[in-house]
Design a protein around this ligand. Sequence first.
Ligand SMILES: [Zn+2]
Length: 224
Amino acid sequence: MRPVDKGIAPKQYTNYQQSRSDLAKRIGWYCSYCEMPVKNMIEVEHVVPIKNGGKKLDWNNFLLSCRYCNSVKLDKNISRKGYFLPDTDNTFLVFSYSQAKIIEPNNQLTSAKMAIAQNTIDLMGLDRYPGAINEPTDKDTRWRSKDEAWGKAQRALERWKKLPNPLMLEQIVDTAKGTGHFSIWMEVFKDEIVVKQAFIKEFTGTAKDCFVNGNPISRRGGNL
Ligand SMILES: [Zn+2]
């Protein structure tokens, strides 16, 4: 899950829906949880649900979400406690991505933190994949989007190995931004520091203080 930096509130809103464009300008048109690109109908998501006391008009309580993550999350969480969230933690350190299982808690974490990572996965149903323990519904196309990103990233890596030049890098970054799923691109290009640094720089709103030389580090003020 890509760690994001929204910056300070651009203004005070009278309706939370008004924040959509400002959020997208700051952190890109991607679901903050599953990282799917959402070019239409992206939803402003209250991290702490209004029903559970979350502030309705507070920039600090907003993220962007696809309809699938939002509709699984609903008002299940009573607070931020017990979850790793992309605006406060380096969530790139929390999960590992693989083609077989797609997303799971990073096994380098302590067992307590792995449990929090799993809670976060469960909150949005991020591990729903055909053939996995949790099957997606017919409508839930998040897994297709991830599959597409895996395929494109792997083909891009092959091309990069044959032709590692600045033009190829530009093309790869363009493709990655259009396809979304920052974490998958970072995983596939894990041995290519130059490319990872370009992803961190070019995916709008990635929390740059979460990485050094393309590698993730703990986030200041985070729970890791
Ligand atoms: Zn999503």
